[in-house]
Design a protein around this ligand. Structure first.
Ligand code: ZN
Length: 78
């Protein structure tokens, strides 16, 4: 999937000025559910700048924790 990789890389570059990627944008805009962010980060891991991976990981972990606090009774298969 070379084409996907190119699109992802471009998105990271365009939005990456301040250590942001399209996943962070989705998280900040609340357009991504936690497991969607998780799956996207999995797919984009190779295109994610090394110095952003830890930040992204923490951001997703926080998103999952927040979601679970807000939805304590829901069960989700991640
Ligand atoms: Zn990001």
């Amino acid at each position: 999937m070379v084409a996907d990789g190119v699109v992802v890389t471009l998105a990271v570059i365009v939005l990456g000025g301040n250590n942001m990627c399209i996943i962070c944008v989705g998280i900040d805009n609340k357009t991504l559910l936690p497991w969607e962010a998780l799956r996207n980060s999995d797919e984009m891991w190779d295109a994610t700048p090394d110095d952003h991976k830890e930040e992204l990981d923490e951001k997703i972990a926080l998103l999952i924790r927040e979601w679970m606090e807000q939805n304590p009774t829901k069960k989700v298969d991640i």
